[in-house]
Design a protein around this ligand. Structure first.
Ligand code: ZN
Length: 244
């Protein structure tokens, strides 16, 4: 049995990341994997990258990581996102830029695959409904794919030709014969109405296993004040409190 902590969309929110890392260490995870978007939206991109590297976290590249590293065009981003990408680019050094630019878009292991968006569009595509999920299942060559990008905890299961969404409020049993797309939710900017930092803990054992979707509170107010203090768009501070 291997116990793995799954995180995604940290978005430079160091206090949220520290809260999650504290919980993962209590749960005795052997390793941590990340589905991308380490930077943008909050003031600590350098510290977040350093912390993840120090913990040997395997991460894929998110659209924000690629944009901040200058290897992805910023035209498709919203105005707030473009402002934060410019802010991040101005404070990170070549050390962080090289790291972000060098992240894999799809990371494959024996039991699972990690991607930010989807297998078809690793940087951009959102898996937010069963139709898009079905497309991802058709190119999934492992039993499990961990993904992020939507900032919504949960995912999809494919069993006997039908695709259903996963309820993150109950523990998920991984059973042989089924395939899974699992989103741990966002550490640093949840968008499912719950402002607490999201993550998942996965136990994998041959073709069976278990996934628990977790939340942990952190000091949202102090992060919101820090966002305002450094001059990032105010909406980024407001949305943290409502989980949007
Ligand atoms: Zn994101």
């Amino acid at each position: 049995m291997t116990r793995i902590g799954i995180i995604s969309d940290v978005h430079a929110n160091l206090p949220a990341l520290e809260a999650v890392l504290g919980e993962l260490s209590k749960r005795g995870v052997e390793r941590i994997i990340c589905c991308g978007d380490l930077v943008d939206y909050a003031p600590w991109p350098i510290e977040v990258i350093a912390r993840l590297r120090e913990m040997d976290v395997v991460s894929v590249q998110g659209n924000h990581d690629a944009a901040a590293a200058g290897v992805f065009p910023i035209e498709g981003f919203t105005e707030e996102a473009r402002a934060t990408i410019d802010w991040t680019r101005a404070i990170i050094s070549s050390n962080e830029t090289t790291y972000l630019a060098g992240l894999e878009q799809i990371h494959k292991e024996e039991r699972f695959v990690i991607v930010h968006g989807s297998l078809r569009g690793p940087l951009w595509e959102y898996v937010r409904d069963t139709f898009v999920a079905e497309e991802s299942f058709s190119s999934l060559t492992r039993q499990v794919c961990f993904f992020g990008h939507s900032h919504v905890q949960g995912g999809y299961v494919s069993l006997a030709g039908s695709v259903k969404s996963i309820d993150p409020h109950v523990q998920l049993e991984i059973s042989p014969g089924a395939k899974y797309l699992i989103n741990p939710g966002s550490v640093g900017q949840p968008r499912d109405g719950d402002p607490r930092a999201a993550y998942a803990v996965v136990d994998l054992d041959h073709d069976r296993g278990r996934v628990s979707f977790e939340r942990v509170p952190y000091d949202v107010g102090s992060v919101a004040r820090a966002i305002d203090r450094v001059g990032l768009p105010h909406w980024l501070a407001e949305r943290l409190a409502i989980g949007k």
